[in-house]
Write a protein that binds this ligand. Structure first.
Ligand SMILES: Cc1ncc(COP(=O)(O)O)c(C=O)c1O
Length: 345
């Protein structure tokens, strides 16, 4: 038996959706893309939405739009996050400023406020299905809220993605709203979304613009994301039942702590253990369980002068266990066995 870390479901409904697009004869941007934008607009309290080719592009374009002519804006990003963030900042011409996390894997609030005084843009990520509570706080610079991993979560009776100036997300296959590839940008500020839209289609661009790329989301990708969105709430509830089961088992192991933070959409199940992540992952993989590090490498390792000790600690000791919405009892008993092999009660 092999348990993958992610297992997006694809079935007849996806085949039908893609077939519909192919038969329509319009595979690039069109009807399905606009339908997806409208669906997201409903999920995000009526904010304007622009679908694009990836979450990384969404972030890069949002940074460009918020830079206000500054060629090299200073952009704050979490150090314990996916590498796409670092590259999105670099691809926008920005200077990444890495910020450390706390034990819950959200940002260290004091340090974030201090660092933000010297930033042009701050990116707040809701990490691994949890909530980044700093989105409810005031910062002097514009804030981008990244909901790639916590899409669909509600906090303080508001959808995540509606707290900050701009929100970005991803339709990458393994994400909670994933189809195959894609991303989106959303904001209450219509003119900002319009200015970003002008950066996404070279065929219709003003030749004087500094930056334009082919960043539109295709009808095929939009159709796949749309089907996933239709199932996202049900998948979230199914994951939640497995979270409860994980909690029950892990209560027996004093050397392991689940990282729960403020729960958003139960996207990932992350543990912190006394054993190194390398050892835990190796043992589980030998049993056919594909546990992974929550991030492949902390982003401050890209710069020689950044110091983020909590991100280093998380990298050493945190592991993401498979949390599959359609997991079965047989798979879960293998996971149970895996945990019993790794940890002493
Ligand atoms: C928090 C976060 N933001 C943005 C992205 C980028 O999204 P995409 O893979 O669609 O480019 C990712 C991707 O892994 C992510 O985890």
């Amino acid at each position: 038996m092999y348990i993958p870390h992610s297992r997006p479901y694809f079935g007849q409904v996806h085949i039908d959706a893609v077939q519909h697009v192919i038969t329509s004869g319009v595979l690039a941007q069109g009807e399905a893309t606009h339908a997806l934008e409208l669906n997201l607009q409903r999920q995000l309290s009526g904010q304007e939405v622009l679908a694009v080719d990836s979450g990384t592009s969404a972030l890069m374009l949002a940074i460009r739009a918020l830079s206000k002519g500054k060629q090299h804006p200073r952009v704050g990003i979490p150090a314990y996050a996916c590498a796409s963030l670092l590259f999105a900042v670099k691809n926008s011409g920005g200077i990444p400023v890495l910020m450390d996390c706390n034990a819950n894997l959200t940002l260290d609030a004091k340090q974030a406020h201090h660092t933000a005084k010297d930033l042009d843009i701050l990116v707040l990520v809701h990490p691994f299905g949890m909530i980044e509570p700093l989105v409810a706080e005031h910062f002097d610079c514009p804030v981008i809220e990244d909901i790639a991993q916590s899409a669909g979560a509600i906090w303080q009776e508001k959808a995540v993605g509606t707290f900050a100036d701009v929100c970005i997300g991803s339709f990458y296959a393994t994400k909670p709203w994933g189809g195959a590839y894609g991303g989106f940008i959303s904001s209450k500020d219509e003119s900002l979304i319009q200015s970003i839209s002008k950066m996404t289609n070279p065929d219709q661009a003003d030749l004087q613009q500094d930056y334009v790329g082919h960043h539109q989301l295709s009808n095929i990708h939009a159709a796949l994301a749309q089907v996933r969105l239709d199932h996202a709430d049900a998948e979230q509830q199914q994951r939640q039942t497995w979270v409860t089961r994980y909690h029950e088992i892990l209560a027996n192991y004093s050397s392991v702590t689940p990282i729960t933070g403020i729960q958003g959409n139960h996207f990932r199940y992350i543990i912190h253990s006394e054993q190194t992540a390398k050892d835990v992952i190796q043992t589980l993989q030998q049993l056919g369980i594909n546990a992974m590090r929550p991030v492949q490498q902390p982003l401050h390792h890209a710069s020689s002068d950044a110091n983020c000790p909590q991100a280093d600690e998380a990298w050493q000791y945190c592991v993401s266990l498979p949390l599959l919405h359609d997991m079965n009892e047989q798979e879960f008993s293998l996971l149970q066995q895996g945990l019993a092999t790794c940890f002493k009660p």
